[in-house]
Design a protein around this ligand. Structure first.
Ligand code: ADP
Length: 503
């Protein structure tokens, strides 16, 4: 089987070439024992773009062995922070060089518009790599005085070792960068498992890893089905850490596999039901805009993102006015083929997700929610779900999923806080208000890893991100992510203390 595929894209008048093998030791290789393939589908046309090798558990063993060998020989503690920084910066430069083509590939496989992939996801990923390149030569421990005359202790922040990284389909390039950049910065080696729905850009990025000059085995890429390659990685006895972004159900399985194998360190970024509260003094235009942005992935990007399902809660005195503005903002958005420059949103990623979203929409309607926008299927090819706004929602309804914004009403600040916190999740939350005291009170009371005040859903690479409650464990981004990939070693250094003997 050839280990590259040509994807002809008539609309762009070009042919994209993608590697289709497993990327191990800087080479694209076939499986050692399996003929299984993963078919990457274009959700706008429902056609197969390319078929890539699906890693078996034995392939995972080979990739982990490659990563371990690199960790012990060319990477890990065998390379300076200056060199790690140089290589990560080089990788960022190459991604910047190829941003347009990577964005086209991302759009073809994931559905999000090219301009969104290029200007947001890839732009942010380049910055993320550069941010962590800056950290690579600044990994510092502490020097601890024990006894000035006889003993000092110090800590070293050692790279934790071989990291299994399992990422989802909603931000294939972004999630790749969030995981790869801090791991490389501190000296870890990587076995990356992209989502089986969107394997293409991780393979394309692997070519750039090699071109940047990383030694073989430092970054390995193994597309595979979750219960096969993902499960093998999380239960692998020679993987030191697993970093995961995806659903809470899968997060539980990963933690269990880690516990049952070698108690590897685990970080999980999981689902959420993120409330967005609009108070009376809020700038309603901005509030409406960010409510759409809250669902940006949902309404404007991929069409669906399970970990960002958002509920907007509006104070009843401003409810009608706010809804009017909100509907006009959403109506102004074009949802179409991601290759069209005019598209602000694309189809959902797969048939499975499409059926799931429609299941939720139908169940919401059956339970009495009212769709004031969208909520009707298209009669054409592609997994499109037009932006949908539901009112008349109740807390136990299941429609809070997909390119769907559910809008509810509250009467008092206390009620808003209680409603917002009445969930087992705690990924993100936001509020809009121009009352400074209220902003401080509510942001402090909201139970979430991230709270936005007068903004929503915008992240920065130097600010940590992660979940509270069942939305996750650990933090990505910022200096906090470095802790996820390091192991602290305390060195006790005696330079004068003598033990009296016998004790
Ligand atoms: P979603 O429902 O958003 O697709 P998942 O949590 O199922 O989210 O998928 C996110 C990532 O987790 C994907 O890369 C997928 O292959 C992987 N995955 C799925 N099941 C498992 C599993 N049992 N063990 C490890 N990884 C898995």
């Amino acid at each position: 089987m050839s280990l590259t595929a040509q994807i002809h894209v008539p609309r762009l008048n070009k042919t994209l070439t993608v590697p289709t093998g497993l990327f191990i030791n800087n080479e694209f290789v076939p499986s050692v024992d399996s003929k299984e393939l993963i078919h990457a589908i274009n959700p706008a046309t429902e056609e197969v773009l390319a078929s890539v090798v699906a890693a078996s558990p034995k392939d995972i063993d080979v990739a982990v062995a490659a990563a371990r060998h690199a960790f012990k020989t060319t990477w890990g503690k065998n390379v300076t922070g200056f060199e790690r920084s140089r290589l990560i910066n080089k990788l960022a430069d190459l991604i910047e060089r190829d941003a347009q083509e990577l964005a086209e590939l991302e759009s073809l496989n994931n559905g999000k518009p090219v301009k969104v992939a290029r200007d947001f996801d890839i732009g942010d990923s380049i910055q993320c790599l550069r941010y962590y390149a800056g950290w690579a030569d600044k990994i510092i421990g502490q020097s601890l005085e024990v006894d000035n005359k006889s003993k000092i202790a110090f800590t070293r922040h050692d790279p934790i070792g071989v990291c299994g990284q399992i990422i989802p389909w909603n931000y294939p390039i972004n999630m790749w960068s969030w995981k790869v950049a801090p791991a490389l910065a501190v000296g870890c080696t990587i076995v990356m498992k992209p989502s089986e729905l969107t394997p293409l850009t991780a393979l394309k990025l692997s070519e750039l890893v090699k071109e940047a000059g990383f030694p073989p085995g430092v970054v390995n890429t193994v597309p595979s089905l979750g219960p096969v390659g993902g499960a093998a990685l999380s239960s692998h006895p020679d993987v030191d850490k697993v970093a995961f972004t995806g659903s809470t159900i899968t997060g539980r399985k990963i933690m269990e596999a880690a516990a049952k194998s070698n108690l590897k360190k685990v970080s999980l970024e999981l689902g959420g039901k993120s409330p967005h509260l609009i108070f009376e003094s809020a700038d309603l235009e901005q509030g409406a805009f960010t409510s759409v942005l809250a669902n940006k992935h949902v309404l404007l990007r991929v069409g669906l993102i399970p970990n960002w399902d958002t509920v907007a809660g509006i104070l009843n005195t401003i409810y009608d006015k706010f809804l009017e503005i909100l509907v006009s903002k959403v109506k102004a958005t074009v949802v179409g083929d991601g290759l069209e420059e005019a598209s602000g949103g694309g189809p959902v990623v797969s048939k499975g997700q499409y059926d799931r979203v429609w299941g939720y929409i139908e169940s919401g309607k059956a339970e009495g929610a009212v769709a004031i926008l969208g909520g009707e299927k298209r009669n054409s090819k592609g997994y499109y779900v037009d932006p949908t706004i539901f009112t008349n929602i109740k807390p136990d309804m299941r429609i809070i999923f997909g390119p769907v914004l559910s809008v509810g009403v509250f009467n008092t600040e206390d009620e808003a806080i209680a409603l917002a916190n009445d969930t087992s999740y705690g990924l993100g939350a936001g509020l809009h208000s121009n009352d400074a005291n209220q902003c401080m009170r509510v942001s402090s009371a909201l139970e979430a890893g991230t709270v936005w005040v007068n903004q929503y859903n915008l992240l920065n690479n130097n600010v940590p991100f992660g979940g509270k409650k069942q939305s996750g464990i650990g933090r990505e981004l910022g200096s906090y992510a470095l802790e996820e990939y390091t192991s602290v070693k305390a060195v006790h250094w005696n330079f004068g203390e003598k033990l009296d003997w016998p004790l």
